[in-house]
Ligand binder design. Structure first.
Ligand code: ATP
Ligand code: ATP
Ligand code: MG
Ligand code: MG
Ligand code: MG
Ligand code: MG
Ligand code: MG
Length: 237
């Protein structure tokens, strides 16, 4: 094809290739989902439909790129897709990986919305959209720590949110009072408050809430103790 005299402007484009032989994590996170969840009346602290919609969207992304993905892990409005260290997907270009993963995820989230929220139409003034970043991890030990970090974060956030909301729902505390009561408490204190004040045993909470969701590269969704299983999860990768 003949080139126009304008063609030279391509030279202004730059492409970052991610370091070879490193595990790539593409992490996406919902934009202002605090507000989004309020607008669509998500149940607090965990709306099961919303989590299942996140999982179904992630599963479709994983299946599309199953040869390049080790696994994916999600909690709340975020998902991390872990790619094999030798992947050559999109020639390891940062922009391509980040933008194609997040737009494929968002497209699935919108397309699957009505399956998980039947009767609630998406309002064009409150559409779901996500940010995205790529991070490289240089070895097995750091990528395992990355996954454990997200898993432990799920636990810390969920325990806090569960007690915070149950104190409001069951004990009639205001959000300010609930926050004050939890200020400076340890994990064990929170479990104790939940049990004695709200009559709830944290152990009986659903695994999806406590442990987050893991999608294997075969597209299976499970809710397991990631820290305990970390070596098994990366066997062969
Ligand atoms: P940002 O745009 O900076 O990410 P954000 O409002 O999305 O802002 P996050 O730190 O990402 O803030 O937190 C996501 C928020 O979305 C949670 O704090 C919670 O209020 C809400 N949320 C996400 N998923 C659910 C769910 N399944 N059930 C109930 N609330 C949810
Ligand atoms: P890549 O993933 O590399 O971008 P691509 O198939 O999207 O591959 P492009 O160079 O972006 O390649 O070209 C987009 C193609 O999509 C066009 O060549 C055309 O075949 C098709 N296409 C896009 N918009 C329209 C349209 N409005 N009507 C008909 N065909 C279209
Ligand atoms: Mg954020
Ligand atoms: Mg968010
Ligand atoms: Mg988030
Ligand atoms: Mg193109
Ligand atoms: Mg194109």
């Amino acid at each position: 094809m003949a080139k126009s005299r304008f063609e030279y402007v391509r030279q202004f484009e730059s492409h970052e290739t991610l370091l070879p032989e490193t595990y790539i994590v593409v992490r996406i996170d919902g934009k202002k989902f605090h507000e989004f969840s309020k607008h669509y009346n998500f149940e607090k602290p965990n709306d099961e439909r919303a989590l299942k919609l996140m999982n179904a969207s992630a599963k479709n992304v994983v299946l599309k790129y199953k040869n390049d993905v080790v696994l994916a892990f999600g909690e709340s409005d975020e998902y991390s897709f872990i790619l094999k260290k030798d992947t050559s997907l999109f020639k390891r270009r940062r922009d391509k990986l980040s933008s194609l993963f997040v737009s494929l995820f968002t497209a699935n989230y919108v397309a699957l919305w009505s399956k998980f929220f039947p009767g609630t139409a998406l309002d064009y003034k409150h559409l779901p959209f996500f940010d995205s970043r790529c991070v490289c991890y240089p070895n097995l030990s750091t990528i395992k720590d990355y996954l454990c970090w997200r898993y432990v974060d799920t636990h810390i956030n969920n325990l806090y949110n569960t007690v915070f909301w149950q104190l409001i729902i069951k004990c009639g505390l205001t959000p300010q009072e609930s926050e004050q009561k939890l200020c400076g408490t340890l994990s064990s204190d929170k479990q104790e408050i939940l049990f004695t004040d709200c009559g709830i045993n944290y152990n009986d909470e659903p695994n999806m809430f406590k442990k987050g969701s893991l999608v294997t590269n075969k597209g299976e969704v499970c809710h397991i103790d990631v820290v305990k299983q970390i070596d098994v999860l990366f066997e062969g990768f």
